[in-house]
Design a protein around this ligand. Structure first.
Ligand SMILES: [Zn+2]
Length: 476
């Protein structure tokens, strides 16, 4: 009977969404949701590799997305496994006492039938998000274009938006592109609403906020709200805590961790798993999945991607490359300048305390999107882990939607404002050394190394942009 009631309330959730604006046509099929009775989430402070291996044996559900800035790792485990943990003397604290109670409370809260509930008052399912994208296209003609990047394993469209102002690009071809993708991991719902909230804010403030106007005049944002459509659908219909895509990998195993499937650093046993049942299963080969293929092919086809954020939750972190090795990336000074500014701007805007992760990162994640973007395209790229710090984990109450959306708005605005693309040598000054680098690219014309306008070639239009940056000397 309880399970039947759950199915009924799930249906009510779909109805609430339908009553909101722009959310007609939800096709969510209520099903029996997976239950997690008695499970807890613990934050473990591993004393070394032995503790990490023990945790891998105990839990098939790590809640830490990848690398961890503090060295702590979160896991969902049963009460029995909790006892084993205690027996082994592994240092831990309990973050969430009762996972199922959290899920029940969240569902009850989301099902409250508020009249005139606005879009950002609640989460929306795949169809609801798709409809909202259509609403933005209709509300901001000339600013928003809906595009399709491909289809998922179960043939759902991976839709996206190109967002920019009608101000034409310098050189007339295309503006430099900033890619912002969310929800590679299906249960990280707050990443979808935050990405859409940020987009909506930039569009709605274009005429009153000089910073929003400058961003949309000079750049094109490519917004991919749901990078993992099948997984997202599954979290609405079957298992709120599903992470991977929905590839059939064996009789009883499903799913590949899309953020371990990218080709740069793919296949390392430190930071991904070769086990089909693992939540960090990397897949049979690099970029084996249609979802990672769709995103990577799109980015390869764009003349110039200049920045990228892969948006995850939770932990309140901004993680720089590399994820798969401890080596410093080229241009670390520039990366640190931008990353620290992003972190500080969030604190100033919303009071949320994010950590920008660098050398203190202890655990590796291999085959991630930011490593691919930085390693393949040379663009600035970070992983953002949104709210919270563990009290609710992936199951954030709807009251977090707007505050967390404002975190993403601050980090995106600041990242773009701080890019300083004429600083080719990445030393945070635009000086003679950059002119040498620019001139070398300019002579070849066809390379896009010195392409500051984003049209794919280095030509006279780039020289004008470079000359302006050169006069400013110090990066913002
Ligand atoms: Zn994640």
């Amino acid at each position: 009977m309880q399970k039947f009631l759950n199915a009924v309330t799930m249906s009510a959730a779909a109805l609430v969404l339908l009553s909101g604006n722009a959310l007609a046509g939800s096709n969510t099929q209520p099903a029996e949701m997976a239950r997690f009775d008695g499970d807890v989430v613990v934050r473990v402070q591993p004393r070394g590799d032995a503790d990490l291996r023990l945790m891998e044996q105990l839990s098939d559900d790590p809640w830490t997305c990848g690398t961890s800035a503090s060295g702590a790792m979160d896991y969902r485990i049963s009460r029995q496994q909790l006892a084993t943990l205690t027996l082994h003397g592994v240092p831990f604290s309990v973050l969430i006492e009762d996972v199922q109670a959290l899920l029940d409370a969240d569902l009850a809260e989301r099902n409250q039938p508020f009249e005139n509930r606005a879009y950002f008052d609640n989460y929306a399912d795949y169809t609801g998000v798709s409809n909202y994208v259509n609403t933005l296209v209709a509300t901001y003609p000339g600013f928003v274009t809906r595009i399709s990047l491909g289809n998922s394993v179960e043939n759902r469209e991976i839709f996206a938006m190109r967002v920019t102002s009608p101000v034409p690009p310098i050189g007339g071809v295309r503006k430099p592109v900033v890619v912002l993708n969310s929800l590679q991991h299906a249960r990280e719902w707050i990443t979808v609403t935050s990405n859409l909230f940020m987009t909506t804010e930039l569009l709605s403030k274009y005429n009153i906020d000089a910073a929003a106007k400058a961003i949309l005049d000079e750049y094109e944002l490519v917004i991919i709200p749901i990078s993992n459509p099948d997984g997202y659908n599954h979290t609405w219909t079957n298992n709120r805590l599903w992470r991977k895509n929905r590839r059939v990998t064996g009789t009883n195993t499903r799913g590949i961790d899309l953020n371990r499937n990218w080709s740069v650093g793919w296949g390392l046993s430190s930071g991904s798993s070769g086990s089909l049942s693992s939540d960090t299963y990397r897949g049979p080969s690099p970029l084996s999945e249609p979802e990672t293929q769709a995103l990577s092919n799109y980015m390869l086809g764009v003349p110039k991607v200049v920045a990228h954020i892969d948006i995850h939750s939770y932990s309140q972190l901004i993680l720089r490359v590399w994820g798969h090795k401890y080596e410093d990336p080229n241009g670390l000074a520039s990366i640190n300048r931008i990353g620290n500014a992003m972190r500080n701007s969030i604190l100033a805007a919303t009071g949320a305390n994010y950590t920008f992760g660098g050398s203190e990162i202890l655990y590796l994640a291999s085959g991630t999107a930011p490593d691919w973007v930085f390693g393949t395209l040379g663009a600035f790229s970070v992983t953002a882990e949104l709210r919270d710090t563990g009290t609710n984990g992936f199951v954030l109450p709807t009251s977090f939607i707007i505050p967390t959306g404002n975190d993403v708005l601050a980090m995106v605005k600041t990242m773009i404002q701080k890019l300083c693309r004429a600083d080719f040598t990445k030393d945070n000054i635009v000086d003679d050394s950059d002119f040498v680098a620019f001139a070398a690219s300019y002579e070849t014309l066809t390379t896009n190394t010195g392409d500051l306008t984003g049209d794919g070639i280095t030509d006279d239009s780039d020289f004008v942009v470079f000359a302006n940056a050169y006069s400013q000397l110090v990066c913002p």
